[in-house]
Design a protein around this ligand. Sequence first.
Ligand SMILES: [Ca+2]
Ligand SMILES: [Ca+2]
Length: 125
Amino acid sequence: MGVLYVATTHSHLQITFVPVRDTLITLQTTMTDLENSLATIMEVFHKYAEKEGDKHKLKKSELKDLINEELPALTGQVKDQATMDSLMESLDTDGDSELDFQEFMTFITMVTVCCHDFCEHHEDE
Ligand SMILES: [Ca+2]
Ligand SMILES: [Ca+2]
């Protein structure tokens, strides 16, 4: 089993035969920056979520570690317990005191939008 690739470069017609296993490797290495970024977000979430308790959810201490270790330049170190409490409270929409991936993505969206607005504001000056 394999896949035939047909590509036209300038006036040459190029046909390459690639076995399926290599095709999968090619797909992984040709992911776009955006695709890689999304994969990284998922990896980071699971890396911290599986540390304690429910492996698919972030408890407050896991979220704190994630913020302090993975977002130090953007959010600064969160040492204040009250800040963590109110952050967790505002993100935890189903009230189980943990963040599932969807709730975590709300946080990532907030941070990304803040950074984007900040950068845009600075570009205008
Ligand atoms: Ca967990
Ligand atoms: Ca929750």
